[in-house]
Design a protein around this ligand. Structure first.
Ligand SMILES: [Mn+2]
Length: 324
């Protein structure tokens, strides 16, 4: 992994205008990683823009410089482009690609095991729990100086992808980096409060409605909830409002696989899934439906209607339980 860092560093040296992009519906790792990289490159004297197809979720807007993230508009004059935390080209969105000049050199930094290595240079570490961790290591390799803002972005990136340094992907290296980020000026109490104890009321209202129809299958080993578009509209739910639902149901003692089904405008069904046991890979289940992710956290998009998608996905989970 770190063997690719010198190549990346020399590409940065040679570049003057850099664009940083990430996946659509950005999460904490996407926002934290793309802004942290953008700010670190700026400190090196580069001209940098950060772009995302979708707006910053309200829950992450407290992070430094989120207001500087561009929405797709005009073509960006860049000679180097970084894609961070995106498993494939299609995860970034066509509107963003329309702003990326074809001549630009593309570097892909990511931690998804399903990464398609779509760039000119690919730095993919599927053991890393977050792209933010790889970026911290890159910063160390480059001898880059962090400031409290950059450190907070990297901390948020790693914290949100590890369930606050709790998931099995959390290693001693992750904890070391967490410590370094605190040393660089992050206030753990404040960031954690902003990330995990600052929900809008509608997020908890959504949880109340979703849990009314909490469903258990396969002797309680699978728990799932469904969010019809009508509820999304009724509660004016935005990006990020339903993110915590799956963590609540995966915390049930009997549950090995937790699934969240969300009906999207247009009728497709977005599926988020989590596993607590590497023998039951939700990454493989999602890959069957053209999605991807990690062994313990993965997603896919299925054709609707909702009932039908639920039935097909649960059927696949049944086979996973039966074949193990
Ligand atoms: Mn990530």
């Amino acid at each position: 992994m770190s063997s690719i860092f010198p190549d990346i560093l020399s590409r940065i040296d040679a570049a003057s205008r850099i664009l940083v992009i990430s996946h659509d519906r950005p999460d904490g790792d996407a926002i934290g990683s793309s802004l942290a990289l953008g700010l670190m490159l700026k400190k090196l004297g580069k001209d940098v823009e950060v772009m995302n197809q979708d707006p910053v979720p309200e829950s992450l807007a407290f992070l430094p410089k989120t207001e500087t993230i561009l929405s797709p508009g005009e073509m960006i004059d860049a000679d180097l482009v970084f894609s961070v935390d995106a498993a494939g080209r299609d995860r970034i969105g066509k509107a963003v690609w329309d702003c990326v000049p074809e001549k630009a050199f593309l570097i892909n930094i990511d931690h998804h095991v399903s990464n398609t290595e779509f760039a000119d240079l690919n730095c993919v570490d599927s053991k890393a729990p977050a792209t933010g961790q790889i970026l911290f290591q890159l910063a160390e390799a480059g001898g880059w100086e962090l400031d409290p803002g950059i450190a907070e972005l990297l901390y948020a990136a790693i914290s949100t992808d590890t369930g606050s340094f709790r998931y099995p992907s959390t290693t001693s290296e992750t904890m070391r980096i967490g410590g370094e980020l605190l040393r660089a000026g992050v206030s753990a109490g404040r960031v954690n409060q902003m990330l995990y104890e600052n929900y809008p009321r509608r997020r908890v209202e959504a949880l109340r409605i979703l849990l009314q129809d909490l469903r258990f299958d396969f002797d309680g080993k699978c728990a799932s909830v469904q969010l019809p578009l009508s509820v999304t509209e009724e509660l004016s739910l935005g990006l990020g409002d339903t993110e915590g639902v799956i963590d609540v149901i995966r915390a049930i003692d009997s549950v090995i696989i937790a699934v969240f089904f969300e009906e999207l405008p247009g009728g497709r069904i977005r599926v988020s899934s989590r596993s607590k046991d590497p023998h039951y890979s939700v990454g493989e289940i999602c890959a069957h439906f053209g999605g991807g992710g990690h062994t313990l956290a993965a997603g896919a998009r299925l054709a609707g209607p909702l009932d039908d998608a639920v039935a097909r996905f649960l059927d696949r989970i049944r086979s996973t339980f039966e074949s193990n």
